[in-house]
Design a protein around this ligand. Sequence first.
Ligand SMILES: Cc1cc2nc3c(=O)[nH]c(=O)nc-3n(C[C@H](O)[C@H](O)[C@H](O)COP(=O)(O)O)c2cc1C
Length: 185
Amino acid sequence: MDTLQVIQTRHSIGKVKAEIVPRGVIEKLLNAAVQAPNHYKVRPWRFVVLTGSGRSQLGEIMAQSMKARFPQLSEEALAKERTKPLRSPALIAVGVDKPSDSKVLEIENICAVAAACENILLAAQALGLAAQWRTGDAVRDRDVKRFLGFDEDQHVIAFLYIGYPDAVPEAAPRPGFEDRTVWME
Ligand SMILES: Cc1cc2nc3c(=O)[nH]c(=O)nc-3n(C[C@H](O)[C@H](O)[C@H](O)COP(=O)(O)O)c2cc1C
């Protein structure tokens, strides 16, 4: 598949097999991630790769934190939260460094890290993997950030769920660029 085909055919795939994604394959995704453009070459991306019991530990923190925020929630709702990270055999949490120099803007760091995430999604597509970018309240949660080794004021912009596709959903064609584009000639 050439680059444009990979871009055109990439879709979020949530349903994956239990099959483990080898570390070497995940490293290929991370290597693709760090090819993203980044202003001042600050490499503002931080990746935390969760596999095996790392995912259940994250699920436990997510459920505990949800319980602290919403004490009235049912055990069923908490159990659902607890199992969320188990939906894929591998999950990459992606955080953004705060600027350490006044010339560096946080928004630009976020842009660079978002580009790194897209590189991961495209590399996954090229390698025949399934990938799904997810966020939700958990990415903004203080305890989740602490568990992942991030500072409270750092942005976590993605949980990228990675696996081998099980059910590939029928993808509707995407709207075009025309109604979002003005040509100034
Ligand atoms: C910043 C960001 C956050 C997202 N968060 C979620 C999420 O929490 N849950 C989810 O199912 N999909 C999430 N997505 C994936 C989008 O729903 C998905 O990309 C969109 O439906 C378009 O489908 P496609 O990826 O197949 O083109 C997120 C995507 C982005 C860029």
